[in-house]
Design a protein around this ligand. Structure first.
Ligand code: GLY
Ligand code: MN
Ligand code: MN
Length: 462
């Protein structure tokens, strides 16, 4: 938990920006795994943790934007709770720890909200993503469940996005702490992938263990696959075979809840063959270009376009593409090789604030999401600002079903040499990802460097 003044300041700013009505922020509860007393690991709601600090179940916070008063609601534990799960601070103490003056029970919360409804006051809440929270808000605010999402407050979510998008120095320390763990996870992966015959799940398991040993869970289910062309490949059942690339996209949450999100792609056995090296260096060239372009006021959409153009040039040099690459990019030809976006915001959530809606976070009045295949998947297209933490994650994939479809449709055939592309259907994919802080003058790639060049990776794997 940060100093309580940090949470006080965040709430004060939020009340000022929203300006009217009251804000209700519900924390998360435990979720049953296979029966009620056997739960998934608890994950606090990021909005709640950002404004009300506590990483504990069944809490809710309220901010009155007009009076400036604040409350923390929840139940004091019973003797039964103490016996089974141990003592925890009283609600009074928890409120004090977060710099909140008032505390109360969940019945007090229901009463307060009923009074606010009677007074026809606006009650702001963010779009809930768990069924339990939808039900709770429906019950508290007497809204039909089907209408809970529609009645969520865009004003509140935009005010939160404004604050959470710009990371403070304390938050950067936490993100770099999560990146220390990611360093251990990915260097371990490299050493394990040097041995042909290892199962993907052995590596993914070792990586997940390192995340837990770093004080938090993984920041999303580990992507570790020798079928890197499956962008979110969570299946880890295959044996590592020479000739395949291992795509490892994984990160951790640190004890404060901040994330890392790193991808490295390495050859099984520890030595890139000529074809792997050529594709890898094409992606690496784009990934190294990106930090030279990042600075405040640059739209990330333009950086995405520069990165895919660089990949297109590399593929042309390899004989896989042809013609004017700038035209190819305009026509959407790069969607065949990189059907995802260059990156996204990262913070307390690995795709930071995605629960509020990607378009509110990554786009604005000036920058609207493209409808073009590939570019449409870019989560962050808007202009960058100092303090944003974003990912830089270009990739190149050979997806057999997509190649077949595009070829049959003669799609972009002025730019794609399908005869050559066919020969790469057994290749898989490559992605390289780092986390980047936008600074006053440009940017800084966060964390200690994880082997990334062909030479560095081969050395680590030896
Ligand atoms: N979680 C996949 C990625 O955004 O890198
Ligand atoms: Mn990732
Ligand atoms: Mn990412």
């Amino acid at each position: 938990m940060f100093r309580k003044e940090i949470y006080e300041q965040r709430r004060k700013q939020l009340a000022k920006d929203v300006a009217n009505g009251i804000i209700l922020i519900a924390g998360n509860s435990d979720a049953a795994f296979n029966y009620p007393n056997n739960t998934y690991s608890f994950r606090q709601d990021s909005t709640f943790r950002y404004f009300f600090a506590h990483n504990l179940q069944d809490l809710a916070g309220v901010i009155d934007c007009e009076s400036g008063e604040e409350w923390l609601f929840g139940e004091d534990v019973s003797m039964d709770d103490i016996i089974w799960t141990g003592p925890v601070p009283s609600m009074r103490e928890r409120a004090e720890e977060a710099g909140v003056k008032n505390s109360g029970s969940l019945a007090d919360l229901a009463l307060m909200l009923n009074n606010a409804i009677d007074q026809r006051r606006k009650i702001h809440y963010v779009t809930p993503y768990r069924i339990k929270t939808i039900n709770y808000i429906s019950e508290l605010l007497h809204i039909k469940k089907d209408w809970v999402t529609a009645y969520s407050s865009v004003e509140l979510m935009q005010a939160i996005i404004k604050q959470r998008s710009v990371k403070s120095a304390e938050e950067i320390v936490e993100i770099e702490n999560a990146l220390d763990t990611a360093f251990n996870m990915h260097t371990t992966m490299m050493r394990m992938a040097a041995r042909e015959g290892t199962f993907e799940y052995e590596i993914a398991g070792a990586m997940e263990g390192l995340a837990l040993a770093g004080g938090g869970p993984v920041s999303f289910p580990i992507i570790l696959t020798t079928h890197g062309e499956i962008l979110h490949g969570h299946d880890h059942s295959l044996k590592l075979k020479k000739g395949r690339m291992v795509v490892s996209d994984a990160g951790s949450e640190n004890p404060e809840g901040y994330c890392s999100d790193i991808t490295r792609s390495v050859p099984v056995g520890g030595h890139f063959d000529a074809r792997q090296k050529a594709v890898y260096e094409t992606v690496l060239s784009a990934q190294l270009l990106v930090p030279t372009l990042i600075k405040p006021h640059v739209p990330y959409k333009d950086v995405h376009i520069a990165a895919v153009t660089r990949i297109g040039e590399g593929l042309k040099a390899m004989g896989l593409m042809k013609g004017d690459i700038n035209e190819a990019v305009k026509e959407g030809a790069m969607g065949l090789f990189m059907p995802h976006g260059l990156g996204h915001m990262m913070g307390l959530d690995v795709h930071d604030m995605e629960n509020y809606g990607e378009n509110y976070v990554g786009y604005d009045k000036k920058y609207k999401r493209s409808a073009q295949f590939g570019l449409a998947s870019l989560r962050l297209g808007r202009e960058l600002e100092k303090g944003f933490v974003i990912t830089n994650e270009p990739g190149c994939y050979f997806i057999p079903a997509l190649i077949d479809q595009w070829k049959a449709e003669h799609k972009c055939e002025a730019f794609i040499n399908y005869t050559e592309v066919e020969k790469y259907k057994d290749f898989g994919g490559i992605r390289i990802e780092d986390d980047v802080l936008v600074t006053e003058e440009g940017c800084r790639t966060l964390g200690k460097p994880i082997p990334k060049t062909v030479e560095e990776i081969e050395r680590e794997m030896r």
